[in-house]
Design a protein around this ligand. Structure first.
Ligand SMILES: Cc1cc2nc3c(=O)[nH]c(=O)nc-3n(C[C@H](O)[C@H](O)[C@H](O)COP(=O)(O)OP(=O)(O)OC[C@H]3O[C@@H](n4cnc5c(N)ncnc54)[C@H](O)[C@@H]3O)c2cc1C
Length: 300
């Protein structure tokens, strides 16, 4: 039958979801094996903001405070966290914004509010550190046939439990339907040690934002001039000048369609043969540690 790997728990995917889940499981003494084509896909974004206050309206994400706490204590062991996200707030909106901050530590400063426990990090370094010492089989999975993952070429990996953390790229293996939204991050010659975010964000040497929030495209269109211009104009509104662009990075956000039950955090759920931890949209780095902890509890 061509068995090339076996473990108590086999995780498909080595992005932030799969690596975080595998780490939690390993630390709980589980026999775990990761199977992935590469370290991360969407998770290779140049900079990730971990900020529970979302979007223009600055809405507190579901379980945002708990997710931030889990993210802080988990990532802090593996990567440098660049603390603080500054959000300009127009004078007239201060009372409204103050009401949305929940129990998050913050400080009003000049023309806005500093979220003291929100942060940014460099995903590529994080992924490499998370992968250190984790059993990883680099291969493309062609089919999900519990208790097996069938690899391209026909060989198999066996897991008593299978965990799907393959992001948007592997979602078809389980018939998971969702939205694939392209996003663009410009890498810069300028450097912003403290993140600043309003419509677009500047953090480290990166400028990002959601230019095409409602388009559904399962492929990566090249950046358009309009999109680059929108990002640069947004940056100028934040810091008063246009940063210098070094290169452009494209990625797809994958968000699942509504799942039966309509839970607040629909990203961790049972599937045939095990669990799925996926569909995290633009919040993968925020939620991965909270949900990986819950997965580890469910499996122990
Ligand atoms: C432009 C942009 C900006 C973003 N900014 C942020 C941000 O600031 N903060 C934040 O929290 N999130 C951000 N995100 C979202 C975040 O990147 C994702 O939520 C997160 O990376 C998803 O992680 P994942 O592990 O689920 O999937 P992925 O990173 O996509 O990983 C999928 C893994 O599965 C493997 N895989 C898939 N299919 C197969 C197969 N058939 N065989 C073998 N291996 C397979 C891949 O090789 C990879 O290892 C952004 C996304 C984009 C596109």
């Amino acid at each position: 039958m061509g068995l090339v790997g076996e473990a108590g728990i086999v995780v498909l995917g080595a992005g932030v979801a799969g690596l975080t889940a595998a780490r939690f499981l390993l630390e709980r003494g589980e026999r775990v094996l990761l199977v992935a084509e590469a370290l991360g896909e969407a998770s290779r974004v140049p900079v990730a903001l971990v900020n529970p206050l979302r979007g223009r309206r600055f809405t507190l994400a579901a379980e945002g405070e708990r997710a931030l706490e889990a993210a802080l204590s988990f990532y802090g062991r593996f990567a440098e966290l660049h603390m603080g996200v500054f959000r300009p707030v127009p004078e007239g909106e201060r009372a409204k914004v103050a009401g949305r901050l929940g129990g998050l530590r913050h400080r009003w400063e000049g023309k806005g509010v500093l979220l003291e426990d929100a942060f940014w990090l460099e995903p590529r370094l994080l992924l490499e550190r998370l992968a250190e010492g984790l059993p990883l089989l680099r291969a493309r999975v062609a089919a999900w046939e519990p208790p097996y993952l069938v690899l391209e070429g026909g060989k198999r990996v066996r897991g008593e439990v299978l965990v799907y953390a393959g992001g948007g790229r592997g979602a078809h293996l389980l018939g998971l339907e969702g939205r694939h939204t392209p996003g663009l991050v410009l890498t810069l010659l300028n450097y912003f040690p403290r993140a600043i975010s309003y419509r677009v964000y500047l953090a480290g040497a990166a400028l990002g934002g959601s230019y095409l929030p409602h388009e559904e495209q399962p492929h990566l269109p090249p950046p358009t001039e309009g999109e680059v211009e929108w990002l640069l104009a947004g940056a100028e509104a934040l810091v008063g000048y246009r940063p210098l662009v070094a290169s452009a990075w494209r990625g797809l956000r994958f968000r699942l369609g509504p799942l039966p039950g309509g839970r607040d955090l629909p990203y961790l759920f049972p599937v045939e043969g095990g669990f799925a931890l996926t569909g995290l949209g633009s919040t993968g780095f925020l939620y991965a540690p909270l949900l990986a902890g819950r997965l580890a509890e469910a499996l122990s």
